[in-house]
Design a protein around this ligand. Structure first.
Ligand SMILES: [Zn+2]
Length: 149
């Protein structure tokens, strides 16, 4: 609430609001100072406007109007349930869409890529048979030399 900025020597807005609710300063400044009395009146007017012109209590008319609105909504349960169903379906569709998008993304990232230099079955068979024909692979030859005497 920024009704008027307080100047030195006068009460602040907070002090005026506190005074309005009976917990403000008790130095009697607002009784002696016309400027603070005007600001207090402005704050009081704004508070009363927010409280529907009924002072401290919530107005009886406001409560009655609220009750009428609640009964009016209870009188049309079909529309209320339709709204709920629409909301439920909307959230379900949104969730499903997010899941589908996530799965598509995961699939595109996780899909195994074919190796660049692919070995065909024929090449593999040829390699295995050449290894079988050669009883001693080349890399182990130096090791064999260690045990020959
Ligand atoms: Zn003052």
């Amino acid at each position: 609430m920024n009704i008027d900025s307080a100047r030195p020597g006068h009460w602040t807005d907070d002090q005026l609001i506190d005074y309005l609710y009976g917990v403000g300063p008790q130095d009697g400044h607002v009784d002696a100072c016309g400027e603070c009395r005007v600001r207090l009146a402005k704050i009081q007017a704004r508070r009363d406007a927010l409280n529907f012109g009924s002072g401290d209590e919530i107005g009886h008319e406001f409560l009655a109007e609220q009750r009428r609105r609640i009964y009016a909504r209870m009188a049309q349960p079909v529309r209320w349930w339709q709204e709920m169903a629409v909301r439920r379906w909307t959230s379900a569709l949104a969730t499903g869409g997010l899941l589908a998008a996530g799965m598509l993304y995961y699939e595109s990232v996780q899909r195994p890529r074919r190796p660049v230099n692919e070995v065909t079955d024929a090449q593999l068979a040829q390699e295995v048979s050449s290894m079988a024909q050669d009883p001693e692979p080349a890399p182990t030859a130096p090791l064999q030399a260690l045990f020959e005497e």
